[in-house]
Structure formats: structure tokens, C-alpha cells
Design a protein around this ligand. Structure first.
Ligand code: NDP
Ligand code: MG
Length: 384
């Protein structure tokens, strides 16, 4: 039996790489659902190649174009935000690859969990916003949440076979992004063209900017807390510019396990899709005999203050991370449209975190409200 996969966000960086993995393993996987926000051209091309049962184009203006292009196929076409939640409830697939970017991925992922689908989770914002509710629902429904984010995949892989053993701490590695070693007097002038040039990974625009500001690592600390049930003191971030060690787990006897490999998202994607199996791949291998040395250093949280803000969110809990994430999405949006500078992004996030009222144990509705409040506040500060 082939595993039937629904890719939410199939036209993105993760989505397209996942389709490559599936194309190379057509005996093991088949595509059941594909979704895009507005890239109808690529969605149509993907649907013609992979013959899914259903596709969703969120932007309703593109519905007719997709419908007409797929008229001669058996693929059903849906449009609009609500359709994401509806198709997430279909019982014709086994696993959702949650690869929508940002808060927009939360509702459909929750629906998939509620209806008992396994989750391969790329969309880290889902856990940053409402990790307690998402993970509790997953436990209740007995659905596995398998991380795709490379650091969390590394930790997950290190933990296989260790269910009875306590984690002393996890060490999340960070490449440091394109501005490693730079100071505020340099960062104040950087433009999106620089921020989008990540040294090791080729990713979507939002996560590329998050990597440049180190917000990505901040989001990942919170993601790790929920995935692996950790206390803030058990989560350490270390800069490792080569991105060969994807992360590590230290156990109570002091032993440290690391997962390594060349930086290539296809590996964690394939691992999550095939779990618990490891299937062969032809991805390039890391060669120790040709490698330069592996380097580690402390992150500079005075310059990259997002990491400190995320640390604050991690400690405070409640709706703080949700607020931080919402303000950050607006900040990145503003930066990508040249409305604000690089350092202004942190400023905006910090102001939102101090402005929006704290809720200790938010309901899902309260998370949505906090998200909307923080978004509106941040947008008002930059006249969006
Ligand atoms: P991309 O921007 O490349 O792709 C995002 C996908 O989501 C596209 O299919 C896009 O559709 C769709 N989308 C965008 N906005 C919405 C919306 N409002 N509603 C529904 N769908 C939407 O992002 P990435 O693939 O880089 O990242 C996806 C997620 O995976 C993020 O959460 C990111 O943090 C995480 N991740 C990514 C990594 C990477 O290497 N790229 C590594 C680790 C984690 P369209 O193309 O039509 O706009
Ligand atoms: Mg990552």
C-alpha cells in the first residue's frame, strides 16, 4: 500500500522538494491533495504530473483558471481559505505535509490532527502560536507529529530508541545566516536582496529573512519546547556556520548524539514521509576527508536581539510567542516590501510583545484574537 500524502503549500520551497522526493519514490507514496495560495501556474503543472484527488487554490480569483486547466482530469478543484480546512478533513489521505508558511497553516493542520492524520510538520509557526493545544490534540487523537525542520528532525532522529531515557538538553545549531559576525552599524543598511541570500540553504522568502535576523532560531526554540516537551533551560542554541551537524541531544549520562549530513531539506522531508523506515536516496553525501573543520560559537544576542525576545517568549509562555510570531510576520512583510529597515523588524516585535495584553492559558479563540491584535498593532506602526 502506498502512503497517501496531502501537501499543504505544495508550490513552496518545502512543497516542491517534497514532490521531488515523492517522484523519486513513486512505489511508496502517492499525492492525494495539493494546495497553493496564488501560484496557479505551478499548481496546475503539479496537478497534471501527480494526479491528486483534490487541489485548493486559496486565492479565489484564480479558481477559474485552475478549474479550466484541470477540466479534463479527475482532480477536484476548490478555492478559498475555508477549503483548506475542508479538504484537510478528507479521509482519503494518510499524512499531511504541513508546508504552508506562517500562522495561515495552523487551522488546516489542526483539522488534519482532529481527523486523525499523521503530520509531517514543516510549518513551525503552528507550534509557536498554539503549541500546547496542537500537541495536546495530537496526543488525544494519537497522531504522530514528525518534524521536517532540519534541527527538529535531527533531534527526533537522535531520540529514536531513547523513549525511556531523559533528555538533559538539546542543542539547536544555527548557521548564523548571511550576517554572521555583523554589527548593528552594518545591519542598519542591509536590504532584502542581502537578507535573502542564505549561505547554506535555499528557502522561501519569509524563513530566509527569519534566518538572517535569527528569529528563525527563536521560533525553533519554541518549536522544540512543544515537540519534545522541554523546559526553557533544556534548550541551547549554538552557532555552527557549516550546517553539517543539524542538532544534538545530550542525555543524563553526559553522552551527546548528533545527526549530521549535508544541508539538504530533502533528507528531513523524506525521513518524515517514510518514518519509521529509512529509504535509500541519492542525495550527495558528506565527505569527512574533504571537509574543513566544524566550527561552533555563541550567538551574539546583543546584536541579534530576536533571539533574546524569543527567549523571553519561551520563559513567559501564554500568548507571548503567538504575539511575537504575528508581529514578526508583519515585520518581515514590511521589510520585504522595503517599508522598514532590517533592525526595525526587532523593534516592531518588541513593541508588540510589550503592548498586547498577556493571557496565561489562552483558548484557541484567544490565540486567534492575540494574533489579530498583534498583527493590527504592528501594521498600524508601519502604516500597512
Ligand atoms: P514558501 O514561501 O516557499 O512556500 C509557502 C507555501 O505556502 C506556498 O505553497 C504558498 O503558496 C503557500 N502559502 C503562502 N501563504 C499562504 C496562505 N496565506 N494560505 C495558504 N497557503 C499559503 O515557504 P517555505 O516552503 O520556505 O516554508 C514553508 C514552511 O516550512 C514555513 O513555515 C517554514 O518556516 C518551514 N520551513 C521551511 C524550510 C525551508 O527550507 N524552506 C526549512 C524548515 C522549515 P504560493 O506559492 O501560491 O504563494
Ligand atoms: Mg530549521
Amino acid at each position: 500500500m502506498k502512503k497517501r500524502i496531502a501537501i499543504f503549500g505544495s508550490t513552496g520551497s518545502i512543497g516542491t522538494q517534497a514532490l521531488d522526493v515523492i517522484a523519486n519514490n513513486a512505489d511508496k507514496f502517492e499525492v492525494e491533495i495539493l494546495t497553493a495560495y496564488s501560484n496557479e501556474t505551478l499548481l496546475i503543472e503539479q496537478a497534471k504530473k501527480f494526479n491528486p484527488n483534490a487541489v485548493v487554490i486559496v486565492n479565489e480569483n484564480k479558481y477559474n483558471a485552475v478549474k479550466d486547466a484541470l477540466a479534463s482530469t479527475h482532480t477536484k478543484v476548490f478555492a478559498g481559505e475555508k477549503a483548506l480546512e475542508e479538504v484537510a478533513c478528507f479521509d482519503t489521505y494518510d499524512m499531511m505535509l504541513a508546508a504552508i508558511v506562517g500562522f495561515a497553516g495552523l487551522k488546516s493542520t489542526l483539522k488534519a490532527i482532529e481527523t486523525g492524520k499523521a503530520i509531517a510538520l514543516a510549518n513551525k509557526e503552528t507550534l509557536v502560536v498554539a503549541g500546547d493545544i496542537v500537541m495536546q490534540k495530537a496526543v488525544e487523537k494519537r497522531v504522530p507529529v514528525i518534524p521536517v525542520d532540519s534541527e527538529h528532525s535531527a533531534i527526533f532522529q537522535c531520540l529514536v530508541g531513547e523513549t525511556r531515557n531523559k533528555i538533559e538538553k538539546v542543542v539547536l545549531t544555527a548557521s548564523g545566516g548571511p550576517f554572521l559576525g555583523k554589527k548593528p552599524n552594518f545591519l542598519v543598511n542591509v536590504k532584502k536582496e542581502h537578507a535573502l541570500q542564505h549561505p547554506n540553504w535555499n528557502m522561501g522568502a519569509k524563513i530566509s529573512v527569519d534566518s538572517a535576523t535569527l528569529m528563525n532560531k527563536g521560533l525553533e526554540m519554541i518549536e522544540a519546547k512543544w515537540l519534545f516537551n522541554l523546559q526553557p533551560a533544556q534548550i541551547q542554541v549554538i552557532i555552527h556556520p557549516q550546517s553539517v551537524i543539524h542538532s544534538m541531544v545530550q542525555f543524563e549520562d553526559g553522552s551527546i548524539k548528533a545527526q549530521m549530513g549535508l544541508p539538504d531539506m530533502k533528507l528531513p522531508i523524506q525521513y518524515a514521509l517514510a518514518f519509521p523506515q529509512r529509504i535509500p536516496s541519492s542525495f550527495p553525501r558528506y565527505d569527512f576527508t574533504r571537509s574543513s573543520s566544524l566550527h561552533f560559537e555563541q550567538p551574539d544576542i546583543k546584536t541579534f536581539r530576536n533571539l533574546a525576545l524569543a527567549g523571553e517568549a519561551l520563559h513567559r509562555g501564554g500568548n507571548t510567542a503567538c504575539v511575537m510570531n504575528a508581529a514578526n510576520e508583519i515585520a518581515v512583510y514590511g521589510f520585504l516590501r522595503n517599508r522598514i529597515g532590517f533592525l526595525d523588524m526587532t523593534e516592531l516585535v518588541e513593541r508588540a510583545m510589550h503592548k498586547i495584553h498577556f493571557i496565561e492559558n489562552p483558548t484557541l479563540e484567544e490565540y486567534f484574537e492575540s494574533d489579530a491584535e498583534a498583527r493590527n498593532f504592528a501594521a498600524s506602526l508601519i502604516n500597512l
